[in-house]
Ligand binder design. Structure first.
Ligand SMILES: NC(=O)c1ccc[n+]([C@@H]2O[C@H](COP(=O)([O-])OP(=O)(O)OC[C@H]3O[C@@H](n4cnc5c(N)ncnc54)[C@H](O)[C@@H]3O)[C@@H](O)[C@H]2O)c1
Length: 254
């Protein structure tokens, strides 16, 4: 049997890169994609069996093209991880329409478009598929400062995950989300600087606040998320669909 194929978006950095590496270590051929082609290529070079592509998840045509490319080359698509996301911290009253639209384009529409492309291919292939969306702790509670557009776009991902899981279950496709907490990535470095500025504090103080909010007592690392994604992709999660799994060291319990 040919090697199973897993595709990860936003895999040139942080959580997506860790997911790509984790799936690669578990025997998948990994399709590493990112809007930053060079970042994707660098990650792919560190994985035993991988290829890289530039993908802007806000383009439905590009999502379709990448999926078609994968199916033509490999004849299968087992796992799709919609992980690409953006954030910009600012007060609710200061968020511009352009920032709001861009946030939804990447964080919500990107998950929608990629999910459609992957699901169409998985249905046509007639093989079991798994789709995993990276949501957030901020997808389950709005008590998060300076991220109102992000919170709204990530809450939408949870509803979408359930709707996709419901409609795709008859095709043998499972759809779930992961909800990370305070993960040490380039996105977090940017958020530390923004939140420190908005609070009039220094970044180290903000970082300590986040650790204090985490019962397991440390910042999350991308690999904490990647291992749960690998579980959701595996047959150990065979009867699990429509769920959004918190992976946050206890920072928010639901
Ligand atoms: N870091 C955290 O604390 C945290 C917490 C909860 C959820 N998340 C979510 O995890 C995911 C990954 O975040 P991260 O912390 O690794 O961020 P990151 O900024 O390190 O990586 C995000 C990657 O997405 C890519 N990207 C951005 N726009 C894109 C687009 N239009 N199309 C394709 N790729 C695009 C970027 O180039 C980058 O490589 C995001 O969905 C984020 O919202 C992060």
């Amino acid at each position: 049997m040919s090697q199973p194929v897993a595709a990860v978006t936003g895999a040139g950095s942080g959580i997506g890169a860790a997911i790509a590496r984790e799936l690669g270590s578990r025997g998948y051929h990994v399709v590493v994609s990112d809007i930053d082609a060079e970042a994707a290529a660098t990650v792919a070079r560190g994985i035993a069996s991988a290829e890289s592509h530039r993908l802007d998840v806000t383009s439905p045509a590009d999502c379709d093209a990448l999926v078609n490319n994968i199916v033509t080359a490999h004849g299968r698509l087992d796992v799709w991880v919609s992980n690409a996301g953006i954030s910009k911290m600012q007060r609710f009253v200061d968020i511009s329409p352009a920032d709001l639209v861009r946030n939804f384009e990447v964080n919500t529409y990107g998950v929608f478009y990629c999910g459609q492309s992957a699901a169409r291919a998985m249905i046509a292939l007639g093989t079991p598929g798994r789709i995993i969306n990276t949501a957030s702790m901020a997808a389950k509670q709005g008590g998060v400062p300076f991220l109102a557009d992000y919170v709204a776009s990530k809450f939408a991902v949870l509803g979408l995950t359930q709707a996709m899981a419901f409609e795709l279950a008859p095709h043998g496709i499972r759809v779930n989300s992961v909800c990370p907490g305070f993960v040490a990535t380039p996105m977090q470095t940017r958020e530390l600087a923004w939140e420190a500025q908005l609070r009039g504090a220094d970044p180290e103080t903000v970082k300590q606040m986040w650790i204090n909010d985490t019962p397991l007592g440390r910042l999350e690392v991308p690999e904490d998320v990647a291992k749960v994604v690998a579980f959701l992709a595996s047959d150990d999660a065979e009867f699990l669909t429509g769920e959004s799994i918190s992976v946050n060291g206890g920072a928010f319990m639901d």
